[in-house]
Write a protein that binds this ligand. Structure first.
Ligand code: MD5
Ligand code: FE
Length: 203
């Protein structure tokens, strides 16, 4: 069931399926305290992906740059706590892919609606690139772009469906990646959206 994508990256198909109800419930609780919002990039563009966070650190972007912040800038309060079901899922997925002892301190929650995309980028705001990143796809399917170490390297297209978990570590950790514009679709529990949980050890 596990598909190695390349050295350091593995797709665990359906790994999160058994946890669908508690994950959905936890996302609703987090979004009630820290609603999804469209952040502004340092270049002044509004991101089409809606974002919120859970855990000690949250990823934020504004005209000053990208960073992790313990405080939600919209509320002035700490981000909602990381639910146990998140910690357990991320730790179990990382361990299955060969990264035991993964304890994330940040969960970025990305909400994609039809037409929403994420342009090619690298994740490099974290302190320790030896730590893997665990990504959980929920809701309507998406096509993930998995590129190389340079933006212009040819990207693989990886379809990701509800319940799929990807672990990015080792040499895959700093590869360029993105998400193609989401096609209109409907998921019975998540509606017209794709939710991605991105677990990181940021601090
Ligand atoms: C998503 N989110 O589907 C993805 C999942 C983000 C983001 O990219 O920055 O919010 S995480 C995918 C990822 C992370 C780290 C490395 C690699 C992919 N990679 O080497 O391809 O919303
Ligand atoms: Fe990323």
């Amino acid at each position: 069931r596990d598909e190695p994508l390349c050295d350091g990256a593995a797709v665990l198909r359906g790994f999160a399926l058994a946890n669908e109800p508690p994950l959905l419930q936890a996302i609703d609780t987090i979004a009630a305290q820290a609603p999804f919002r469209h952040l502004i990039t340092p270049g002044g563009f509004r991101m089409s992906v809606g974002m919120t966070n859970a855990g000690p650190l949250g990823w934020v972007s504004d005209r000053r740059g990208y960073r992790y912040d313990p405080i939600d800038p919209d509320s002035g309060q700490p981000w909602p706590p990381m639910p146990d079901v998140f910690l357990e899922l991320a730790g179990a997925a990382a361990a299955q892919a060969g990264f035991s002892g993964f304890v994330p301190d940040a969960c970025l929650i990305n909400r994609y609606e039809p037409g929403t995309r994420l342009t090619l980028h690298q994740d490099r705001n974290e302190r320790d690139f030896e730590q893997p990143i665990v990504s959980v796809s929920l809701g309507i399917p998406a096509v993930f772009l998995f590129g190389g170490m340079q933006r212009t390297d040819r990207a693989m297209r990886v379809p990701l469906a509800h319940g799929d978990v990807v672990v990015w570590g080792g040499p895959a950790r700093l590869r360029y990646h993105g998400v193609l514009p989401l096609k209109p679709n409907l998921h019975q529990a998540f509606g017209e959206c794709r939710i991605n949980l991105t677990f990181r050890r940021a601090g």
